[in-house]
Design a protein around this ligand. Structure first.
Ligand code: AMP
Length: 394
């Protein structure tokens, strides 16, 4: 049978994650990960047809990594010339004020993404590397940039604007751009389809290693927790989320820390990891079960922040119809879901404990029959979302 497929590439600073997706069925025909690019020992995993190939040869750069992936496809499968690739979809984190939807990549688009590096210094350079090498190696298909910020490009000004000196904000393009937009859009659309309604007031909680909340009214995002960068908002695996910016001044003036060190602490050494030493929620839960008071507090801080955002977004929308949990923690951790909803009966949120604890593949309802708000668990699929967005623009 002939497929049409999209090769989805998520290029990080030292890694390339890829998936060959059939956008019609959602099936992942092949997937893999190249890691430790530029280090002494690389790591490559390629999955196809139930087979898993691993290698640990050095991968000097992104070009070499992607070239090896293409060779492996042709050695192990799937044969790329027969795979029906109609597009290559690239995840790009920061689309700034330019991009409100997926865009076919040409030299101008590359230039714009390059211009946006100051707004996405941790991600855009890595995303650009992936685009550059993939365009070279797969020149005969359209390449599409799918932006993490695009779904939030149309946020109401009141939600997107920081109360910062307006001249400075304008000059340096400081506003709330959001992130994880591909997931929030995919999940909120799926919820609308699942419930057969397009007028819903929704909150989506994307709780993975990174975590974000969005408020969506009738398919349009009206608020989101990530800001200029993915640092703002919820407590994450290693990021602080919301914190008084004066902590930066304090650490600079009192502790004498350099700004890059503070950046590193806030992005990589805080969140759950900073609070209790573990960034993986399974380990935090295990430590809390074993009686570790720091892990118990980490869970309390995490859930407190979630409840605060649920209340805030219900107020922003003037009501709430559906609350949805997604991503690694949201899809798998019933205790976090229950802690996030605790005490919110006044908002119309009542979980059914048995439904909440029952594992079901695909979207499922975990609220009680008499809960005014429908609470759902919906698996996100960012690769499929990227693949489908590619088809919309090619
Ligand atoms: P993601 O970024 O969506 O891949 O989510 C990754 C995170 O999901 C991991 O760091 C874990 O903290 C969390 N996770 C995955 N499985 C579980 C589970 N069964 N229970 C709790 N957390 C989980």
């Amino acid at each position: 049978m002939t497929h049409r497929t999209v090769l989805v590439i998520n290029s990080g600073s030292s890694s390339i994650k890829y998936q060959l997706v059939d956008p019609d069925t959602g099936e992942a025909l092949a997937s893999g990960l190249v890691e430790r690019i530029g280090e002494g020992r690389g790591s490559l995993t390629h999955n196809y047809d139930g087979k898993k190939v691993t290698e640990d040869d050095p991968v000097p750069n992104h070009g070499a990594g992607l070239r090896r992936v293409i060779e492996l496809c042709n050695e192990v499968g799937p044969n790329l010339s027969e795979a029906g690739i109609v597009a290559v979809g690239h995840r790009v984190v920061q689309g700034g004020a330019y991009f409100d939807s997926a865009t076919v990549i040409d030299d101008d688009v590359v230039e714009r993404i390059t211009e946006l590096i100051p707004l996405g210094p941790l991600h855009n350079p890595a995303n650009l590397k992936g685009i550059e090498v993939a365009r070279e190696l797969l020149p005969d298909v359209p390449h599409v940039a799918v932006f993490d910020t695009a779904f939030f490009r149309g946020l109401p000004k009141a939600a997107a604007t920081y109360a910062l000196d307006r001249e400075i904000a304008r000059k340096y393009q400081i506003r709330r751009y959001g992130a994880h937009g591909t997931s929030h859009q995919f999940v909120s659309r799926l919820v609308s389809d699942h419930l057969g309604r397009n007028d819903l007031k929704q909150i989506v909680l994307h709780l993975g290693n990174g975590a974000s909340a969005s408020a969506v009214v009738a398919g349009h995002a009206v608020d989101t927790s990530m800001g200029l960068t993915p640092l703002e908002g919820l407590v994450m695996g290693t990021r602080t989320g919301d914190i008084d910016p004066a902590v930066v001044f304090h650490l600079r003036r009192v502790a004498g820390f350099e700004i890059d060190k503070i950046d590193d602490i806030f992005n990589k050494r805080s969140g759950l990891k900073g609070l209790c030493g573990h960034n993986d929620m399974r380990e935090v839960q295990a430590a809390a079960d074993a009686g570790d008071p720091e892990a118990v507090l980490a869970l309390e801080v995490y859930a407190h922040r979630l409840r605060k955002y649920i209340g805030a977004y219900a107020a922003v929308m003037g009501g709430l119809d559906v609350l949805t949990f997604t991503a690694g923690v949201g899809e798998n951790d019933h205790r976090i879901r229950s802690a996030a909803c605790e005490g919110l009966e006044f908002l119309g949120i009542t979980l059914d404990p048995v439904r909440n604890e029952t594992r079901v593949a695909g979207p499922h309802r975990i609220s009680a029959d008499d809960s005014r708000v429908t609470v759902l668990v919906v698996p996100t699929n960012e690769e499929l979302a990227i693949a489908r967005q590619c088809l919309e623009v090619i």
